[in-house]
Design a binder for this molecule. Structure first.
Ligand SMILES: [Zn+2]
Length: 182
C-alpha cells in the first residue's frame, strides 16, 4: 500500500498501525491484570521488577517494542497493584540472568545462560532462563528487605521472614519450595 502512494493507502496504513498499537496495549493490560491477580491470590504484598532504567544498554539487541512493552507492563502493574493492596518495587538488575538461583549455589557466569535455557556451570541446575531470572529478582528483593530490617535499630524484628512466590512456588531467600517441573 505504501508503494501505491495514494492518500487512501496511507490512511489505511495509519489505521493498521493504530490497531496494532491498541492490540499491544490491550495485551499488556491483560498480562498486568494476571500478574496482579496472581499476587492477590497468593497473598503477596509486593510485586518485584528489575529496574528498567538501563534496559537499553543491557539488552542492546532487544527490539524497540520489547523495551516499550517492559516499560508499559511496569507502569500498568504499578497503578493496578496498589488498588488491590499490593505494592510494586524494583531491584538492581545486575546479573539476574547469569546467576544460578539455587539458594545453595548462586554461581554467576555468562556461560550459564544460552538463550531461553539456563544451565549452571557449577551445580548443573537446569531451568528456563526467564524463570531463573525471576527467582533471582525475588531473592534479591527478599535479601534487601532482610538487610533493611536488620540494620533498622527500631524494628527489633531482624528475623522476620520474607517469602518470595513465583508461579505458585515459594522461596524465602534461604530455602525454596519447588513447584512441579522445577
Ligand atoms: Zn548453580
Amino acid at each position: 500500500m505504501q508503494q501505491r502512494g495514494t492518500q487512501a493507502a496511507h490512511n489505511a496504513l495509519l489505521r493498521l498501525g493504530k490497531r496494532e498499537e491498541a492490540w499491544r496495549k490491550q495485551s499488556i493490560h491483560t498480562v498486568a491484570n494476571e500478574i496482579v491477580s496472581e499476587a492477590v491470590e497468593n497473598e503477596c504484598d509486593v510485586v518485584v521488577f528489575e529496574d528498567l532504567t538501563d534496559i537499553r544498554e543491557r539488552l542492546p539487541y532487544a527490539k524497540w517494542h520489547h523495551v516499550w512493552a517492559f516499560r508499559r507492563l511496569f507502569e500498568y502493574v504499578s497503578y493496578k497493584a496498589p488498588e488491590r493492596g499490593v505494592s510494586v518495587e524494583q531491584v538492581e538488575p545486575d546479573h539476574t540472568s547469569q546467576r544460578c538461583s539455587r539458594t545453595d549455589c548462586g554461581f554467576t557466569h555468562k556461560d550459564n545462560r544460552h538463550g531461553e535455557h539456563f544451565c549452571c556451570q557449577k551445580c548443573g541446575y537446569e531451568v528456563n532462563a526467564d524463570y531463573n531470572s525471576a527467582k533471582n529478582i525475588g531473592i534479591r528483593y527478599a535479601r534487601n528487605q532482610r538487610h533493611k530490617l536488620r540494620s533498622s535499630p527500631t524494628s527489633g524484628s531482624g528475623d522476620a521472614p520474607v517469602d518470595v512466590r513465583i508461579n505458585g512456588g515459594a522461596l524465602n531467600g534461604e530455602s525454596y519450595r519447588p513447584i512441579a517441573g522445577d
